[in-house]
Design a protein around this ligand. Sequence first.
Ligand SMILES: NC(=O)c1ccc[n+]([C@@H]2O[C@H](COP(=O)([O-])OP(=O)(O)OC[C@H]3O[C@@H](n4cnc5c(N)ncnc54)[C@H](OP(=O)(O)O)[C@@H]3O)[C@@H](O)[C@H]2O)c1
Length: 263
Amino acid sequence: MRDLRDRVAIVTGASSGIGKATALALAREGAHVALAARREHLLQALAREVEALGREALPVPTDVTKREQVKALVERTLERWGRVDILVANAGVYVRSPIRDLNVEDLEFSMAVNFYGSVYPVLEVLPHMEKQGQGHIVLVTSMDAKKGIPPDTPYVAAKFALAGFGDVLRQELHGTGIGVTVVFPGRVDTPLIENLKVPWISAKIPAEKVARAIIKGIRRRAPEIIVPWQARLLLYAHVLSPRLADWGVRFFHLEGWEEETTP
Ligand SMILES: NC(=O)c1ccc[n+]([C@@H]2O[C@H](COP(=O)([O-])OP(=O)(O)OC[C@H]3O[C@@H](n4cnc5c(N)ncnc54)[C@H](OP(=O)(O)O)[C@@H]3O)[C@@H](O)[C@H]2O)c1
């Protein structure tokens, strides 16, 4: 999908961070954008920014954990533009809890947003993309889906699940004209982790950098995107030896420091 002009995109988690930056990047490339998240006033403000770029925007307040709301999001997009070319399933929450303190509700909440909250939009757009014979699906997971970082079990488990879903989805859709890109960002400077200080080696990158990588991924139909590239080092270490990568996580304090527990 080289030319994004006049394409129709849906972005979930568009009210903030990576989703907002991606919606604007898509609009700059010429796409019209359906904006989904729960905070309507932020979606309305973003819609004005998209329109200022000369593109159309459709803010649709949506809780991605509610299948009916996701269905309505896709229906409204189709009513407005008659098609959906791109889905960026990006909405997410950061849920961390050491396993000894873990309650099942933390896991269920993380799965509801980070896994099912991306699966539902995929299931809703897929029949339409299949009818169109083309489309592109972007799933935003995390580097945590390549190498788990303690004490993030609820987040890591959901992101691993989403990465696995995306890996199979891409292969099943081979030859249909529908591409799938799974995105694995490292630490990104957004409200999601604003209370987390991170070591220099995993310094936070701007959301716009992830958005640019997503645009490139859509254009090239890249199967996977790891951003920034340095994050690959941990993955390579893990492939070589999980024990070595575990050591790296401990040595560099990749879990970071929550504001109130900063030494
Ligand atoms: N920041 C990082 O370091 C980092 C690293 C790797 C991966 N990621 C992933 O990148 C994605 C975007 O995160 P971000 O960093 O941009 O964080 P963010 O600025 O906090 O944005 C999260 C977005 O998700 C939306 N959201 C949360 N729960 C939702 C729900 N139930 N229904 C609909 N929307 C919901 C939020 O909107 P509302 O609150 O308005 O609903 C918001 O727009 C997430 O999937 C995250 O896991 C982030």
